[in-house]
Design a protein around this ligand. Structure first.
Ligand SMILES: Nc1nc2c(ncn2[C@@H]2O[C@H](COP(=O)(O)OP(=O)(O)OP(=O)(O)O)[C@@H](O)[C@H]2O)c(=O)[nH]1
Ligand SMILES: [Mg+2]
Ligand SMILES: [Zn+2]
Length: 308
C-alpha cells in the first residue's frame, strides 16, 4: 500500500480535506473505521493541522482514506458546548497563536485575556495583531493597556486596507505554522487575503457586516504560505470556554502581586489583607483584568472537578 503524507486543511462536520504539500494539491478524505475507533478511544477527533497518512488506492466515493494520525506537537482545545468538561480540539500542530483584536469600539480586553490564557496553556507563543489600524485615529488609547500586560506580549499593528504591518507579519510568519484567533469581524480573513495579495477567502461585506453578517468564516481552513509554513483561519467564536488554559501564566502581574496577600490561598475577593485588590484600589491594576483572571481561575477549578 502506498501512503501519502498530508495535513488536514479543512474540516466540515465528518468530512475533511487533506493537503499534500509534495504535490501541492488537496483532496477530500475520510478516516478509516479503525482510525475512527482509535480516535474515539482517545477522546479526540481529527482537526485542521493534523498530520495524516492517506491511502489513495482504496478511494471510495471520491474520498481518500485517512489511515493514521501522527502525534501532535501542540493542540488548542476548548470545552465542548453541552458536554460537561469534554475537550474539543480545534487546531493541531501550530507553533504560534496570532490573536487579533481591532482598534475600535469592538476592542475587548477580556476576550484577549482568554485567548492568551489558551495559548499559554498550550505552551505556544502568542503575538497580538491589532487590526483595522486605519480606523484608529488615536491608537495609543488602545495600546497603552496592552503594553502594560505582564508577561509582555509581542504585537504588530496592521491594516488589511492600507497594508500597514503586512510586510512585518509576512516576515514573522516565514516558515512558521500559525493560527489566527479572535472574535468574528476583527478582520482575520481579510488579513490572510492581504498577506496573499489575493481575494482567496470570503470576508464580510461592510454593509452586511454592520447589519448582521457576522460569522463569515465557518470552517477552520489551512492556507499554505510561501516559505514552507501555513496559516489557519478560524471562525470567531461566540463563546470561548477554555480547556487547557493557564491563567497564572497569562496573568503574571497578578500572581506577582498575590505573593503579598495575607492568605496563601487568597481568591482576591473579600479576604482581608489582599494585595491584589489593594493594587486595584491604588489604580495599579485594572479591575477588568482582575475580574477576567478570577473568572478564568473559577472556570479552571470547575473543569478540574469533572476531569477523570
Ligand atoms: N477599515 C478596515 N476594515 C477592515 C479591515 N480588515 C477587515 N475589515 C472589515 O471588517 C469586516 C470583517 O472582516 P473579516 O475579514 O470578514 O473578519 P473575520 O475576523 O474573518 O470574521 P469571521 O470570519 O466572522 O470570524 C469586513 O467588512 C472587512 O472589510 C481593515 O484593515 N480596515
Ligand atoms: Mg473570517
Ligand atoms: Zn489576594
Amino acid at each position: 500500500m502506498t501512503t501519502y503524507q498530508g495535513i488536514v486543511c479543512a474540516q466540515h462536520r465528518g468530512a475533511f480535506r487533506v493537503w499534500l504539500p509534495q504535490e501541492n494539491l488537496d483532496l477530500s478524505a475520510a478516516p478509516s473505521g479503525g482510525l475512527r475507533r482509535l480516535l474515539e478511544q482517545q477522546q479526540t477527533a481529527l482537526v485542521t493541522g493534523d498530520r495524516v497518512a492517506l491511502d489513495r488506492a482504496t478511494d471510495t466515493g471520491g474520498a481518500a482514506r485517512i489511515v493514521s494520525m501522527a502525534p501532535r506537537t501542540s493542540v488548542l482545545s476548548r470545552v465542548e458546548a453541552g458536554r460537561r468538561g469534554k475537550p474539543q480540539p480545534m487546531v493541531a500542530n501550530v507553533d504560534m497563536a496570532l490573536i487579533c483584536t481591532s482598534l475600535n469600539d469592538e476592542f475587548n480586553p477580556k476576550r484577549l485575556d482568554r485567548y492568551l490564557a489558551m495559548s499559554d496553556g498550550a505552551g505556544m507563543p502568542a503575538v497580538l495583531l491589532l487590526t483595522k489600524a486605519d480606523l484608529a485615529p488615536e491608537p495609543e488609547k488602545w495600546l497603552a493597556p496592552l503594553r502594560a500586560l505582564r508577561p509582555p506580549r509581542a504585537m504588530i499593528i496592521v491594516s488589511a486596507h492600507t497594508g500597514q504591518g503586512i510586510d512585518e507579519l509576512r516576515r514573522l510568519l516565514h516558515g512558521q505554522r500559525a493560527v489566527l484567533l479572535g472574535s468574528s469581524g476583527v478582520g482575520k480573513s481579510s488579513l490572510i487575503n492581504a498577506l496573499l495579495d489575493e481575494q482567496r477567502l470570503r470576508t464580510a461585506h461592510t454593509s452586511a457586516y454592520l447589519d448582521k453578517g457576522r460569522h463569515t468564516t465557518t470552517t477552520r481552513e489551512l492556507i499554505p504560505l510561501t516559505g514552507g509554513g501555513f496559516l489557519i483561519d478560524t471562525p470567531g467564536m461566540r463563546e470561548l470556554k477554555l480547556y487547557d488554559s493557564d491563567a497564572d501564566a497569562a496573568f503574571e502581574d497578578i500572581t506577582a502581586l498575590a505573593t503579598g496577600c495575607r492568605f496563601g490561598d487568597c481568591q482576591h475577593g473579600c479576604e482581608p489583607g489582599c494585595a491584589v485588590r489593594a493594587a486595584v484600589e491604588a489604580g495599579q491594576l485594572s479591575a477588568i483584568r482582575l475580574d477576567s483572571y478570577r473568572k478564568l481561575r473559577l472556570e479552571q477549578a470547575n473543569l478540574k472537578q469533572h476531569r477523570p
